[in-house]
Design a binder for this molecule. Structure first.
Ligand code: SF4
Length: 649
């Protein structure tokens, strides 16, 4: 049986395990990407690893999420990120240079490579045959330090494309069709591999719109084979020598197959407030539109904005519809400006904006209350635009522009009939991409060679190796379903300290007990005790890192949420499962002792531990962990573990 493209790339990079679905595999990472909201912690952790320079082929630090300056903390973060990139050998993309995925695609994404990024839309370069996966920041740190990335081998699903897109249907409609069919949960544990005769009718920028938004399906990644179109795209970027022809074997064995006939597609739109709430545009025609936004990492490329500019040529936007264009990269802005398209759009009424994520995460261009906004973005979760009562629709640039002209949602085919002189602008790439590279600083031209830390940048604590004795008070007894939001609240007044662990840790579990941080600091070690499902919610690493900083050694809970449990291992906190009776019996303040040479027992695979409480009663606790997790835990967490491995060569 032949191999899928995913299997081929994984096999080329495999350092541990077999490519069996569901089995843990370790892969070598070629490229890493990080952005400003996750990057500070990534670099602070890298500093803590004690390495001199990035070990991957390439690392890139982008500043795209929060480029608007509210106070010094943001600029402090940017300056620190620039200095970290210079010090450790990463490329640095300055604020305003564009969205990480767009700039990465233009400059670095290459066929056959693996990439890890601390951003959920990291899979975007799958459109060029790169296998790119989004992950937590610590995984990126470790990969930059030369460590493998561990993941359960996903199912590989074949999406077979047939036919060609008809007039006014676009790549956005391909991924909206996938979302319509599969829902936002349809890709969990899967990699979508696009094949079939329809692939060659799609250019690389169209393919990257599809792979970008595979994230909304919950997929681990999405990937296209490479072909003449890939070669052509790379040549236009001046990177033709990076082309490699790769694809699946003819008899590749897929877990499942989905077929989409491109010629059946029509303009689609995702209604508020879920990306899978997809209907044909004609079903919502006539809805008044207050705002139209073109941009984001999904549809912010030169090739996405050009059709909008062409549609607007010689026309004006509707008087009550604000139209904003925020390109995905400065290169796109520069090229559109050079060719006169920016002034054309401005004359039509467009507010031409900075190349940034911004509005996609509710920073700037917040819609008016209870109004309709049509966006070419990838997510329309309620409140994401910056206002709770938003009505955000997701669509292609063509559908968005048609709405800006008419002032209401309209299928561009119907608008074309009505206006008589509106033609499908089609899809066009420039002969050569010509943007300057001023704002992308290569490691060898970096202005900094040491870290610059303003007052909002703290150090990342490293945990010592686990000792033989583990005991301390139960610092806090909690109920069932404690979320990562309980552990570290995500409100902006608290998360602004994301780069300052000593300060952020003062808020640890403050939603449960505002005395907790002080009590934990005063105690020399200690435990947390919780009921069922401890740590549910987001993947926020700070929810394990801050308790670790405060000296917490472990958590005894009736059960753990999966991702938080992994984070506890990563930060060296032992997650022990206890039964209900034990949970009920332990009180806050009780002294807990794990009876054993704990480090030795953890390493040797012991699953049952005796817990002695107040020196007068005992109970059994369980440690459910893989051998790799046991080594990480006993070494004091993933950072210390990686450091130790690096030191031992
Ligand atoms: Fe994330 Fe939106 Fe930025 Fe894309 S444009 S990286 S989805 S915030």
């Amino acid at each position: 049986m032949g191999q899928t493209l995913t299997e081929k790339i994984l096999e080329d990079h495999l350092v541990e395990g077999d490519l069996e679905t569901g089995e843990e595999i370790g892969i070598e990472i070629d490229q890493v990407l990080t952005q400003d909201t996750t990057g500070t912690l990534v670099w602070l952790q890298f500093e803590a690893l004690g390495l001199d320079e990035v070990q991957t082929e390439l690392a890139a630090q982008y500043c795209d999420h929060q480029t608007y300056q509210f106070d010094f903390k943001n600029t402090d973060d940017h300056r620190f990120l620039r200095s970290a990139a210079g010090t450790f050998g990463a490329h640095f993309s300055r604020p305003g240079n564009g969205i990480c995925h767009n700039v990465h695609k233009e400059n670095f994404a290459a066929p056959g490579k693996t990439m890890l990024g601390s951003d959920s839309h990291t899979p975007t370069p799958g459109g060029l045959g790169e296998l790119a996966i989004g992950s937590g920041g610590l995984d990126v740190t470790v990969a930059m330090g030369g460590g493998a990335y561990y993941i359960e081998m996903p199912e590989v699903v074949n999406v077979r494309l047939e036919g060609e897109l008809p007039e006014w249907a676009t790549a956005k409609d391909v991924i909206l069709e996938m979302l319509r069919r599969l829902s936002v949960k349809g890709g969990v544990g899967k990699i979508f591999e696009y094949t079939g005769p329809g692939v060659e009718s799609l250019s690389v920028p169209e393919r990257t719109t599809i792979t970008n938004m595979g994230t909304e399906l919950g997929a681990t990644s999405s990937i296209f084979p490479t072909d003449e179109n890939t070669k052509d795209y790379l040549e236009r970027l001046g990177r033709g020598d990076e082309h490699v022809e790769i694809g699946p074997d003819e008899d590749a064995d897929y877990a499942d197959q989905i077929t989409i006939d491109l010629s059946d597609l029509e303009p689609l739109i995702a209604k508020p407030s879920m990306p899978d709430n997809v209907v044909p545009v004609r079903e919502v025609e006539g809805t008044e539109v207050d705002q139209v936004m073109i941009g984001s990492c999904t549809n912010g490329a030169y090739e996405d904005i050009l059709p909008a500019a062409k549609m607007l040529e010689g026309r004006e936007t509707n008087k009550t519809t604000e139209m904003i264009v925020a390109p995905g990269s400065k290169q796109a802005s520069e090229m559109l400006a050079k060719e006169g398209w920016v002034s054309e759009m401005m004359a039509a009424g467009v507010n031409f904006s900075e190349a940034t994520c911004g509005a996609c995460i509710g920073i700037g261009h917040v819609p008016a209350s209870d109004s309709v906004s049509l966006r070419t973005f990838n997510r329309n979760f309620e409140g994401r635009s910056g206002i709770e009562d938003d009505n955000v629709y997701l669509c292609s640039p063509e559908v968005a522009t048609a709405a800006a002209i008419k002032g209401e949602i309209v299928d561009p085919r119907d608008l074309a009939d009505e206006l008589g002189d509106l033609e499908d602008p089609g899809f066009e790439m420039p002969d050569q991409y010509t943007g300057s590279k001023t704002d992308l600083i290569a490691p060898d031209e970096a202005p900094d060679d040491e870290l610059i830390k303003g007052p909002n940048i703290g150090d990342v604590p490293l945990k010592d190796e686990m000792g033989s004795d583990l005991q301390g008070p139960n610092l806090l007894k909690m109920e069932d379903n404690i979320t990562t939001d309980h552990i570290i609240p995500a409100t902006s007044d608290i998360l602004k300290f994301r780069s300052n662990i000593p300060k952020l840790s003062e808020f640890t579990l403050s939603r449960v007990d505002d005395q907790f941080a002080d009590r934990a600091k005063q105690s020399d070690g200690g435990f947390l005790v919780a009921g069922e499902n401890y740590g549910q919610g987001s993947s926020r690493e700070h929810a394990a890192l801050c308790p670790m900083y405060l000296g917490v050694e472990g958590v005894l809970a009736q059960s753990f949420a999966r991702i938080h449990k992994a984070n506890l291992f990563n930060f060296g906190l032992i997650p022990l499962t206890i039964d209900e009776e034990t949970y009920e019996k332990i009180d806050q303040g009780d002294n807990i002792e794990i009876v054993d040479d704990v480090a030795e027992a953890v390493r040797s695979g012991k699953e049952e531990f005796t817990v002695r409480v107040n020196d007068n009663w005992e109970a059994t606790a369980h440690l459910d962990a893989s051998q790799r997790e046991r080594e990480i835990l006993a070494d004091g967490g993933k950072l210390s573990h990686t450091k130790k491995q690096a030191e031992s060569g």
